[in-house]
Design a binder for this molecule. Structure first.
Ligand SMILES: [Zn+2]
Ligand SMILES: [Zn+2]
Length: 232
């Protein structure tokens, strides 16, 4: 069920009817088809086995599906913890993936699309999918949440990564309301720039890149755009 939820979210959130066209795309229909085929293949051959194998760990750590549901304060605090932990693990893993050998042999697949669209959020080398999966499940694996919390976390995480790869700055994007939230603009820059200079490695928030000085190029660009009055 968790697997089906993840697969449906990944595919349906990318239907063009929900998109606002703020950015010109350069991906051909063949390139998009290739992305969909690989994505389905990876979901069946990589994501599904990982979920089956990790299930006993979740159970051992206290995952439960029985009623009553946890108190809302427990659900919210666990979800916030998962976002912060995932962002931290993702930042360092992603930054490592931008070293020469790993980029060439692993991460360059995710960067095939310089103007990403929602589906490319999970388009990556199987080894990277395993790593991303680890960053996503490490929080729940440590805390043994209720199944409802786990599903809510998965929904929010997929929404977050699809929005970051959509290439569209939606009016309802959390980046318009949450000061530390990255969003599509932040991650789009990462895909547009040469891999050694891209920066913006974090998945959700901007503070890790700010703390470790890997957002300098992005900040410079924003400063220039502000002076020139450019906007999406
Ligand atoms: Zn990257
Ligand atoms: Zn990306």
């Amino acid at each position: 069920m968790s697997y089906k939820l993840h697969l449906c979210l990944s595919l349906h959130l990318n239907e063009p009817c929900v998109l606002f066209f703020f950015q010109k795309k350069s991906n051909t229909s063949e390139a998009q088809e290739k992305c969909i085929v690989r994505l389905v293949l990876y979901h069946v051959c990589v994501n599904l086995p990982v979920m089956l194998v990790s299930y006993p760990t979740f159970r051992f750590m206290g995952l439960r599906s029985s009623l009553p549901l946890p108190h809302w304060s427990v659900i919210i605090s666990q979800i916030i913890f998962y976002f912060i932990l995932e962002d931290f693990v993702f930042y360092w893993g992603h930054r490592t993936l931008h070293t020469k050998w790993l980029y060439k042999h692993v991460h360059s697949i995710h960067h095939e699309y310089a103007t990403p669209f929602g589906l490319t959020s999970e388009y990556a080398h199987p080894a990277e999918i395993l790593f991303l999966g680890f960053a996503t499940v490490v929080g729940p694996a440590l805390t043994g949440p209720h199944l409802f919390t786990l599903w809510l976390w998965m929904i929010l995480r997929v929404l977050e990564t699809v929005e970051a790869h959509s290439g569209y700055h939606f009016p309802w994007s959390p980046s318009n309301f949450l000061p530390l939230y990255g969003g599509a603009d932040f991650h789009d820059y990462h895909h547009r720039v040469l891999y050694t200079k891209s920066g913006n490695y974090a998945s959700t928030f901007v503070y890790m890149d700010w703390l470790f000085g890997t957002d300098k190029g992005y900040r410079k660009l924003k400063a220039v755009e502000e002076v020139e009055g450019k906007n999406y």
